[in-house]
Design a protein around this ligand. Structure first.
Ligand code: PLP
Length: 418
């Protein structure tokens, strides 16, 4: 049996194992240290009561032949898809139909699975931002859409769009046509958002070049600024060039429950190998019908409750809770003279590492924070070469841990910004 050699192209020493290795070594040498992890993007707070109640009731439905649910529609139940459209899209003027919404068990899977319907090998040119949510890159490597990894950690064949403080963490338009572009707003890891004007430029670019935008809006619920768009479909023309990924993981704390959705407009077209126009929707519909058997009934009932009156309030409270954490983190960084970004419309605070000569490296800052304050964050360089010299601090934690972590930084962190 031959294996998929592309898997061997994946970089070793992936970010989170290396963090784990350093934290374990530190913990072994300092058994009394109370380490606070502000590194991961997992939620910490309980599920909203409305979702729990709906899932309890859904389990009871399964106890009776009359209300039992076996296999559901591969695309998701219509009642959930309709609620999504009525709550997430129609009020924002987005012309999305319920049958353009595909329910799934996660955005991570969807952003990887979508590659099934793309042409083989390097038939598409692909652009990602740098730094980037690593799943976009690694899934393309696995699918054979890239060349080998280079010395700087980039893959041959991918177009990298650096995002730094200099461009306000918003990717510049590629200086050449690309076929597929990954955009993530609010962004993981930088916490940056894109204005309507910026998204309109991307939509215009995509329409001009026949490109597809893969728009990851997993963190849209954290947007507090009323002018920031929540969906790419708020932009005219996006129905012709964009797929949007959304998730219940971060708004309703479903990281362990698993429910998300992907929007594929029926007006979105791609090209066959002989240059003919082909709608994307039937391909994704076929892909999901063939390889996916639907998200669980119980979980979809839980997701539906996000849109109940009680659910909306409870989700808003959860978001407000994490955003207060983000505010506390931002405040402390500012007091310490550290340049701070993000954390205002996203649960991630992105800091410039302090220190002379451009600052510490991301990993030097990681070690310093761990050694001095017993705090774990995520080195920006792990998300891409342009993330070097930056560091991600997550607001997903208990209030007590965030307060304690920031107290330690105020008391023990020995370096102010240069
Ligand atoms: N997209 C981004 C940008 C993320 O940061 C994450 C999770 O951290 C996901 C998608 C994954 O979401 P899900 O839990 O729905 O798979």
């Amino acid at each position: 049996m031959r294996i998929n050699d592309n898997y061997l192209k994946l970089k070793a020493g992936y970010l989170f194992p290396e963090i784990g290795r350093r934290v374990s070594a530190f913990a072994a040498a300092n058994p009394d240290a109370k380490i606070i992890k502000l590194g991961i993007g997992d939620v910490t707070e309980p599920l909203p009561a409305a979702c729990r109640e709906a899932m309890h009731k859904a389990i009871d439905d399964m106890a009776d032949c009359a209300s039992f649910h076996g296999y559901g529609p591969e695309q998701g139940y219509a009642w959930l898809r309709e609620k999504i459209v009525a709550n997430d899209y129609q009020p924002r003027g987005c012309a999305i139909e319920a049958d353009e919404v595909f329910i799934s068990d996660g955005s991570k899977c969807d952003t990887g699975n979508i590659l099934d319907i793309f042409g083989p090998g390097t038939s598409n040119t692909i652009a990602v931002t740098d730094p980037v949510y690593p799943v976009y890159v690694d899934t393309n490597v696995m699918a054979g859409h890239t060349g080998e990894v280079k010395d700087n950690g980039e893959y041959e064949g991918l177009t990298y769009l650096p995002v730094t403080a200099a461009n306000g963490f918003v990717a510049p338009l590629p200086d050449k046509p690309v076929d597929v572009i990954y955009l993530c707003f609010p962004n993981n890891p930088t916490g940056a958002t894109a204005s309507k004007e910026v998204l309109a430029q991307w939509v215009a670019y995509a329409k001009k070049h026949g490109s597809l935008i893969l728009f990851d809006a997993a963190y849209e619920a954290f947007i507090t600024d009323p002018d920031v768009p929540h969906s790419i479909y708020e932009i005219d023309g996006a129905r012709e060039c964009a797929i949007e990924f959304r998730s219940f993981s971060k708004n309703a704390g479903f990281t362990g429950v698993r429910c998300a959705f992907t929007v594929v407009p029926k007006t979105l077209m791609g090209k066959t190998s002989d240059g003919k126009d082909q709608a994307i929707w039937p391909l994704w519909n076929r892909r999901q019908s063939t390889k996916f058997n639907g998200a669980s009934y119980i979980v979809q009932r839980g997701a539906e409750a996000v849109y109940s009156e009680a659910g909306k309030q409870q989700v808003a409270d959860l978001i407000a809770f994490y955003m207060e954490n983000a505010k506390l983190i931002r405040q402390t960084m500012t007091e310490l003279g550290i340049d701070v970004y993000g954390g205002e419309n996203a649960p991630y605070v992105w800091v410039k590492t302090p220190g002379a000569g451009g600052g510490l490296s991301s990993w030097e800052f990681f070690d310093k924070l761990l050694n001095e304050c017993h705090i774990v964050g995520t080195p920006g360089s792990g998300f891409g070469a342009a993330g070097e010299g930056y560091f991600r601090i997550s607001a997903f934690n208990s209030r007590a841990n965030v307060i304690e972590a920031m107290k330690r930084m105020n008391e023990r962190f020995t370096m102010a910004s240069s």
